[in-house]
Design a protein around this ligand. Structure first.
Ligand code: GLA
Length: 389
Protein backbone atom coordinates (compact mmCIF):
# COMPACT_ATOMS: atom_id res chain seq x y z
CA UNK A 1 0.00 0.00 0.00
CA UNK A 2 1.23 3.52 -0.76
CA UNK A 3 1.36 6.05 2.11
CA UNK A 4 -1.67 7.78 0.54
CA UNK A 5 -3.63 4.51 0.54
CA UNK A 6 -2.75 3.99 4.21
CA UNK A 7 -3.85 7.53 5.07
CA UNK A 8 -7.01 7.18 3.04
CA UNK A 9 -7.97 3.88 4.64
CA UNK A 10 -7.34 5.25 8.15
CA UNK A 11 -9.42 8.38 7.55
CA UNK A 12 -12.33 6.63 5.86
CA UNK A 13 -12.49 3.99 8.60
CA UNK A 14 -12.58 6.74 11.22
CA UNK A 15 -15.34 8.47 9.24
CA UNK A 16 -17.46 5.29 9.16
CA UNK A 17 -16.98 4.75 12.90
CA UNK A 18 -17.88 8.35 13.74
CA UNK A 19 -20.90 8.79 11.47
CA UNK A 20 -22.09 5.27 10.59
CA UNK A 21 -22.00 5.95 6.84
CA UNK A 22 -19.65 6.34 3.87
CA UNK A 23 -18.08 9.69 2.95
CA UNK A 24 -19.24 11.10 -0.38
CA UNK A 25 -16.15 13.27 -1.01
CA UNK A 26 -12.49 12.69 -0.21
CA UNK A 27 -9.97 15.51 -0.73
CA UNK A 28 -6.19 15.34 -0.37
CA UNK A 29 -3.63 18.18 -0.37
CA UNK A 30 0.13 17.70 0.03
CA UNK A 31 2.79 19.33 2.20
CA UNK A 32 5.69 21.03 0.43
CA UNK A 33 9.42 21.56 0.55
CA UNK A 34 10.96 24.75 -0.78
CA UNK A 35 14.04 24.19 -2.97
CA UNK A 36 14.99 27.87 -3.06
CA UNK A 37 13.42 31.34 -2.81
CA UNK A 38 13.03 31.85 0.94
CA UNK A 39 11.30 34.87 2.50
CA UNK A 40 10.63 36.17 -0.99
CA UNK A 41 6.93 35.33 -1.30
CA UNK A 42 5.68 38.21 0.88
CA UNK A 43 8.03 40.53 -1.02
CA UNK A 44 6.24 39.77 -4.31
CA UNK A 45 9.29 37.76 -5.46
CA UNK A 46 10.11 34.27 -6.71
CA UNK A 47 10.12 30.92 -4.92
CA UNK A 48 10.60 27.35 -6.11
CA UNK A 49 8.87 24.78 -3.91
CA UNK A 50 7.57 21.37 -4.82
CA UNK A 51 4.72 19.34 -3.39
CA UNK A 52 5.49 16.21 -1.39
CA UNK A 53 3.86 12.80 -1.26
CA UNK A 54 2.70 13.31 2.33
CA UNK A 55 -0.28 15.52 3.08
CA UNK A 56 -3.68 15.88 4.69
CA UNK A 57 -6.81 13.95 3.80
CA UNK A 58 -10.35 15.10 4.49
CA UNK A 59 -13.35 12.77 4.13
CA UNK A 60 -16.75 14.48 3.98
CA UNK A 61 -20.46 13.84 3.60
CA UNK A 62 -23.32 16.35 3.53
CA UNK A 63 -25.67 16.94 6.48
CA UNK A 64 -29.18 18.24 6.23
CA UNK A 65 -28.64 20.97 8.81
CA UNK A 66 -26.13 23.84 8.91
CA UNK A 67 -23.64 22.22 11.24
CA UNK A 68 -20.05 21.37 10.52
CA UNK A 69 -19.12 18.35 12.60
CA UNK A 70 -15.50 17.26 12.36
CA UNK A 71 -13.29 14.61 13.87
CA UNK A 72 -9.50 15.08 14.14
CA UNK A 73 -8.37 11.48 13.69
CA UNK A 74 -4.77 12.21 14.71
CA UNK A 75 -5.83 13.94 17.94
CA UNK A 76 -7.42 10.87 19.50
CA UNK A 77 -10.62 11.44 17.53
CA UNK A 78 -11.37 14.82 19.13
CA UNK A 79 -14.62 16.23 17.71
CA UNK A 80 -15.92 19.71 17.14
CA UNK A 81 -19.19 21.22 15.99
CA UNK A 82 -20.22 24.69 14.83
CA UNK A 83 -22.86 26.27 12.64
CA UNK A 84 -22.22 27.98 9.31
CA UNK A 85 -25.44 29.96 9.77
CA UNK A 86 -24.06 32.15 12.55
CA UNK A 87 -20.80 34.13 12.40
CA UNK A 88 -17.82 31.77 12.69
CA UNK A 89 -15.41 32.91 15.39
CA UNK A 90 -11.89 31.71 16.25
CA UNK A 91 -11.11 29.54 19.28
CA UNK A 92 -8.22 30.49 21.61
CA UNK A 93 -4.82 30.72 19.88
CA UNK A 94 -3.23 27.37 19.07
CA UNK A 95 -6.50 25.42 18.91
CA UNK A 96 -6.69 22.95 15.98
CA UNK A 97 -10.27 23.99 15.25
CA UNK A 98 -8.99 27.37 14.06
CA UNK A 99 -7.77 25.75 10.83
CA UNK A 100 -11.24 24.38 10.15
CA UNK A 101 -13.17 27.43 11.31
CA UNK A 102 -10.80 29.68 9.38
CA UNK A 103 -11.27 27.85 6.08
CA UNK A 104 -15.06 27.73 6.49
CA UNK A 105 -15.12 31.47 7.27
CA UNK A 106 -12.62 32.14 4.47
CA UNK A 107 -14.72 30.36 1.86
CA UNK A 108 -17.73 32.46 2.82
CA UNK A 109 -15.55 35.58 2.76
CA UNK A 110 -14.46 34.73 -0.81
CA UNK A 111 -18.07 34.09 -1.87
CA UNK A 112 -17.68 30.32 -2.06
CA UNK A 113 -20.21 27.84 -0.72
CA UNK A 114 -19.95 25.99 2.61
CA UNK A 115 -22.79 23.76 3.74
CA UNK A 116 -23.38 21.53 6.75
CA UNK A 117 -21.08 18.49 6.64
CA UNK A 118 -19.58 15.63 8.60
CA UNK A 119 -15.79 15.43 8.33
CA UNK A 120 -12.91 13.18 9.34
CA UNK A 121 -9.43 14.69 9.01
CA UNK A 122 -6.04 13.01 9.14
CA UNK A 123 -2.54 13.72 7.82
CA UNK A 124 0.96 12.29 7.51
CA UNK A 125 3.09 15.44 7.15
CA UNK A 126 5.70 15.38 9.95
CA UNK A 127 4.56 18.01 12.49
CA UNK A 128 6.71 21.04 13.32
CA UNK A 129 9.19 20.19 10.56
CA UNK A 130 8.38 23.20 8.40
CA UNK A 131 6.90 21.04 5.63
CA UNK A 132 3.58 22.92 5.63
CA UNK A 133 1.21 20.52 7.32
CA UNK A 134 -0.91 23.57 8.05
CA UNK A 135 -1.16 24.73 4.42
CA UNK A 136 -1.97 21.18 3.30
CA UNK A 137 -4.81 21.06 5.84
CA UNK A 138 -6.15 24.42 4.69
CA UNK A 139 -6.08 23.53 1.00
CA UNK A 140 -7.57 20.04 1.55
CA UNK A 141 -10.44 21.56 3.55
CA UNK A 142 -11.13 24.20 0.90
CA UNK A 143 -11.12 21.61 -1.87
CA UNK A 144 -13.33 19.25 0.14
CA UNK A 145 -15.93 21.86 1.11
CA UNK A 146 -16.23 23.30 -2.39
CA UNK A 147 -16.43 19.86 -4.00
CA UNK A 148 -19.14 18.84 -1.55
CA UNK A 149 -21.09 21.93 -2.59
CA UNK A 150 -20.82 20.88 -6.23
CA UNK A 151 -18.01 23.27 -7.23
CA UNK A 152 -15.83 20.64 -8.90
CA UNK A 153 -13.79 23.18 -10.80
CA UNK A 154 -12.96 25.52 -7.97
CA UNK A 155 -10.11 27.83 -8.91
CA UNK A 156 -6.88 26.57 -7.31
CA UNK A 157 -5.54 30.05 -6.77
CA UNK A 158 -8.61 31.01 -4.78
CA UNK A 159 -8.34 27.85 -2.69
CA UNK A 160 -4.74 28.83 -1.85
CA UNK A 161 -5.87 32.36 -0.96
CA UNK A 162 -8.66 31.06 1.26
CA UNK A 163 -6.16 28.86 3.13
CA UNK A 164 -3.84 31.87 3.54
CA UNK A 165 -6.76 34.03 4.73
CA UNK A 166 -7.47 31.41 7.37
CA UNK A 167 -3.83 31.51 8.56
CA UNK A 168 -3.95 35.30 8.80
CA UNK A 169 -7.35 35.66 10.48
CA UNK A 170 -7.86 32.48 12.50
CA UNK A 171 -4.52 30.67 12.98
CA UNK A 172 -2.47 33.80 13.71
CA UNK A 173 0.34 33.45 11.18
CA UNK A 174 0.96 36.31 8.73
CA UNK A 175 2.42 33.92 6.10
CA UNK A 176 2.96 34.53 2.39
CA UNK A 177 1.25 32.41 -0.25
CA UNK A 178 4.04 30.01 -1.24
CA UNK A 179 3.00 27.03 0.88
CA UNK A 180 -0.65 27.11 -0.14
CA UNK A 181 0.16 27.61 -3.85
CA UNK A 182 2.64 24.71 -3.76
CA UNK A 183 0.04 22.47 -2.15
CA UNK A 184 -2.70 23.50 -4.58
CA UNK A 185 -0.61 23.42 -7.78
CA UNK A 186 1.94 20.64 -7.14
CA UNK A 187 2.94 18.58 -10.20
CA UNK A 188 4.41 15.13 -10.35
CA UNK A 189 8.15 15.33 -11.15
CA UNK A 190 8.25 19.13 -11.41
CA UNK A 191 9.39 21.88 -9.11
CA UNK A 192 7.22 25.00 -9.34
CA UNK A 193 8.67 28.39 -10.15
CA UNK A 194 6.25 30.79 -8.46
CA UNK A 195 5.99 34.42 -9.34
CA UNK A 196 4.42 35.66 -6.13
CA UNK A 197 3.31 38.95 -7.66
CA UNK A 198 1.64 37.67 -10.81
CA UNK A 199 0.62 34.52 -8.90
CA UNK A 200 1.73 32.35 -11.80
CA UNK A 201 3.18 28.86 -11.50
CA UNK A 202 5.70 27.50 -13.99
CA UNK A 203 6.44 23.77 -13.68
CA UNK A 204 10.15 22.97 -14.06
CA UNK A 205 10.90 19.29 -14.72
CA UNK A 206 13.16 17.91 -12.00
CA UNK A 207 15.96 15.75 -13.52
CA UNK A 208 15.19 12.02 -13.47
CA UNK A 209 18.65 11.15 -12.13
CA UNK A 210 18.40 13.58 -9.20
CA UNK A 211 16.78 13.34 -5.78
CA UNK A 212 15.57 15.70 -3.12
CA UNK A 213 16.67 14.83 0.38
CA UNK A 214 14.88 16.38 3.37
CA UNK A 215 16.48 16.01 6.79
CA UNK A 216 14.94 17.12 10.05
CA UNK A 217 17.37 19.13 12.16
CA UNK A 218 15.95 18.02 15.49
CA UNK A 219 15.49 21.68 16.48
CA UNK A 220 11.90 22.51 17.31
CA UNK A 221 10.99 25.84 15.74
CA UNK A 222 10.71 28.33 18.56
CA UNK A 223 9.78 32.01 18.48
CA UNK A 224 9.32 31.40 14.77
CA UNK A 225 6.11 33.42 14.46
CA UNK A 226 7.33 36.57 16.19
CA UNK A 227 10.66 36.50 14.31
CA UNK A 228 8.77 35.93 11.05
CA UNK A 229 6.57 38.95 11.66
CA UNK A 230 9.64 41.01 12.55
CA UNK A 231 11.34 40.05 9.24
CA UNK A 232 8.20 41.00 7.33
CA UNK A 233 8.16 44.39 9.04
CA UNK A 234 11.85 44.95 8.25
CA UNK A 235 11.24 44.10 4.58
CA UNK A 236 8.32 46.52 4.48
CA UNK A 237 10.43 49.25 6.04
CA UNK A 238 13.24 48.63 3.51
CA UNK A 239 10.72 48.84 0.65
CA UNK A 240 9.50 52.17 1.96
CA UNK A 241 13.08 53.47 2.32
CA UNK A 242 13.77 52.59 -1.32
CA UNK A 243 10.34 53.92 -2.34
CA UNK A 244 9.31 50.71 -4.08
CA UNK A 245 5.98 48.97 -3.59
CA UNK A 246 7.75 45.69 -2.72
CA UNK A 247 11.38 44.50 -2.51
CA UNK A 248 10.73 42.61 -5.76
CA UNK A 249 11.16 45.97 -7.49
CA UNK A 250 14.59 46.62 -6.05
CA UNK A 251 17.62 45.76 -8.18
CA UNK A 252 21.24 45.40 -7.00
CA UNK A 253 22.19 48.88 -8.28
CA UNK A 254 19.42 50.71 -6.45
CA UNK A 255 20.06 48.57 -3.37
CA UNK A 256 23.60 49.97 -3.15
CA UNK A 257 22.89 53.46 -4.49
CA UNK A 258 20.40 54.32 -1.73
CA UNK A 259 22.06 52.36 1.03
CA UNK A 260 23.02 55.46 3.04
CA UNK A 261 20.88 56.29 6.07
CA UNK A 262 19.47 52.78 6.09
CA UNK A 263 19.93 50.71 9.23
CA UNK A 264 22.51 48.01 8.43
CA UNK A 265 20.25 45.18 9.57
CA UNK A 266 17.39 46.38 7.38
CA UNK A 267 19.81 46.80 4.46
CA UNK A 268 20.95 43.18 4.86
CA UNK A 269 17.36 41.94 4.95
CA UNK A 270 16.75 43.75 1.65
CA UNK A 271 20.00 42.39 0.19
CA UNK A 272 18.88 38.85 0.99
CA UNK A 273 15.59 39.33 -0.84
CA UNK A 274 17.21 40.96 -3.88
CA UNK A 275 19.91 38.30 -4.25
CA UNK A 276 17.53 35.42 -3.43
CA UNK A 277 15.19 36.43 -6.24
CA UNK A 278 18.08 36.31 -8.71
CA UNK A 279 19.25 32.94 -7.34
CA UNK A 280 15.76 31.47 -7.60
CA UNK A 281 15.31 32.38 -11.26
CA UNK A 282 18.85 31.09 -11.98
CA UNK A 283 18.10 27.87 -10.11
CA UNK A 284 14.95 27.29 -12.17
CA UNK A 285 17.05 27.57 -15.33
CA UNK A 286 19.63 25.18 -13.85
CA UNK A 287 16.98 22.57 -12.98
CA UNK A 288 15.44 22.82 -16.44
CA UNK A 289 18.87 22.08 -17.91
CA UNK A 290 19.53 19.25 -15.47
CA UNK A 291 22.47 21.25 -14.11
CA UNK A 292 22.80 20.07 -10.50
CA UNK A 293 26.14 21.85 -10.11
CA UNK A 294 24.57 25.26 -10.74
CA UNK A 295 21.54 24.38 -8.61
CA UNK A 296 23.85 23.33 -5.77
CA UNK A 297 25.78 26.61 -5.97
CA UNK A 298 22.55 28.59 -5.77
CA UNK A 299 21.36 26.56 -2.78
CA UNK A 300 24.63 27.07 -0.89
CA UNK A 301 24.57 30.79 -1.60
CA UNK A 302 20.95 30.92 -0.44
CA UNK A 303 21.88 29.34 2.88
CA UNK A 304 24.76 31.73 3.36
CA UNK A 305 22.44 34.68 2.76
CA UNK A 306 19.71 33.33 5.06
CA UNK A 307 22.28 32.77 7.78
CA UNK A 308 24.20 36.03 7.54
CA UNK A 309 21.89 38.60 5.95
CA UNK A 310 18.41 37.43 6.91
CA UNK A 311 19.54 35.76 10.16
CA UNK A 312 16.92 33.03 10.30
CA UNK A 313 19.16 29.98 10.67
CA UNK A 314 20.36 28.38 13.90
CA UNK A 315 23.71 26.66 14.64
CA UNK A 316 22.29 23.12 14.58
CA UNK A 317 20.83 23.72 11.11
CA UNK A 318 24.11 25.27 9.90
CA UNK A 319 26.04 22.21 11.10
CA UNK A 320 23.69 19.86 9.25
CA UNK A 321 23.87 21.95 6.08
CA UNK A 322 27.69 21.97 6.30
CA UNK A 323 27.79 18.20 6.74
CA UNK A 324 25.56 17.66 3.69
CA UNK A 325 27.45 20.14 1.53
CA UNK A 326 30.75 18.52 2.44
CA UNK A 327 29.67 15.05 1.37
CA UNK A 328 27.63 16.17 -1.67
CA UNK A 329 30.49 18.37 -2.89
CA UNK A 330 29.92 20.13 -6.20
CA UNK A 331 27.42 17.52 -7.39
CA UNK A 332 24.48 19.32 -5.76
CA UNK A 333 23.89 21.36 -2.63
CA UNK A 334 22.02 21.81 0.65
CA UNK A 335 20.38 24.66 2.52
CA UNK A 336 17.88 25.38 5.28
CA UNK A 337 14.30 25.35 4.03
CA UNK A 338 11.11 27.08 5.20
CA UNK A 339 10.74 30.00 7.55
CA UNK A 340 13.83 29.15 9.62
CA UNK A 341 14.74 28.84 13.32
CA UNK A 342 14.89 25.04 13.09
CA UNK A 343 12.84 22.62 11.07
CA UNK A 344 14.32 20.92 8.02
CA UNK A 345 17.26 21.07 5.67
CA UNK A 346 16.82 20.32 1.95
CA UNK A 347 19.41 18.96 -0.47
CA UNK A 348 19.43 18.28 -4.22
CA UNK A 349 21.83 15.57 -5.33
CA UNK A 350 22.36 12.73 -7.80
CA UNK A 351 20.33 9.63 -6.88
CA UNK A 352 23.48 7.50 -6.78
CA UNK A 353 24.90 9.71 -4.03
CA UNK A 354 22.06 9.07 -1.58
CA UNK A 355 23.64 6.05 0.10
CA UNK A 356 26.94 7.84 0.75
CA UNK A 357 25.07 10.83 2.15
CA UNK A 358 22.93 8.68 4.43
CA UNK A 359 26.06 7.00 5.81
CA UNK A 360 27.58 10.42 6.49
CA UNK A 361 24.37 11.48 8.25
CA UNK A 362 24.54 8.39 10.46
CA UNK A 363 28.05 9.41 11.56
CA UNK A 364 26.89 13.04 12.01
CA UNK A 365 24.12 12.12 14.47
CA UNK A 366 26.36 9.68 16.27
CA UNK A 367 29.03 12.33 16.77
CA UNK A 368 26.34 14.63 18.18
CA UNK A 369 25.11 11.90 20.51
CA UNK A 370 21.63 12.28 18.98
CA UNK A 371 19.32 9.61 17.58
CA UNK A 372 19.17 9.80 13.75
CA UNK A 373 16.56 12.36 12.73
CA UNK A 374 13.91 11.77 10.10
CA UNK A 375 15.18 11.92 6.53
CA UNK A 376 12.98 11.67 3.45
CA UNK A 377 14.10 10.99 -0.11
CA UNK A 378 11.54 12.74 -2.27
CA UNK A 379 10.56 13.60 -5.82
CA UNK A 380 8.18 16.44 -6.61
CA UNK A 381 4.61 15.14 -6.29
CA UNK A 382 1.12 16.03 -7.48
CA UNK A 383 -0.93 18.80 -5.88
CA UNK A 384 -4.35 18.87 -4.22
CA UNK A 385 -6.91 16.49 -5.69
CA UNK A 386 -10.17 14.70 -5.08
CA UNK A 387 -9.89 10.94 -4.61
CA UNK A 388 -12.52 8.53 -5.79
CA UNK A 389 -14.66 7.09 -3.00
C1 GLA B 1 6.87 30.15 5.87
C2 GLA B 1 5.69 30.91 5.28
C3 GLA B 1 5.87 31.13 3.78
C4 GLA B 1 7.24 31.71 3.45
C5 GLA B 1 8.34 30.95 4.18
C6 GLA B 1 9.69 31.58 4.01
O1 GLA B 1 6.89 28.84 5.36
O2 GLA B 1 4.49 30.21 5.52
O3 GLA B 1 4.83 31.93 3.28
O4 GLA B 1 7.28 33.08 3.75
O5 GLA B 1 8.09 30.82 5.56
O6 GLA B 1 10.12 31.49 2.69
Amino acid sequence: MTPLEVLSRRTIQAFRRAYGREPTTVAFAPGRVNLIGEHTDYNDGFAMPCALECGTLVALAPRDDHLIVAQAVDLGGEKCEFSVNTPIVPMPAGHWQNHLRGVAAGLLQFGLPVAGANLAISGDVPQGAGLSSSASLGVALGLGFTALAGEQTSDRRTLAQVAQWSEHHFVGCACGLMDQIASAFGQQDSALLLDCRALTVEPVYFPADASILIVQSGVVRELADSAYNERRAQCASAASHYEVSALRDLDPQLLEAKRFELDDKVYRRARHVVTENVRTVDAARAIAQGDLVALGNAMRASHHSLKNDFEVSVPAVDALVDCLNLVIGSEGGARMTGGGFGGCVVAALPIDKIETVERALGAFWQAKGMPPQLSIVARPSAGARLLSV
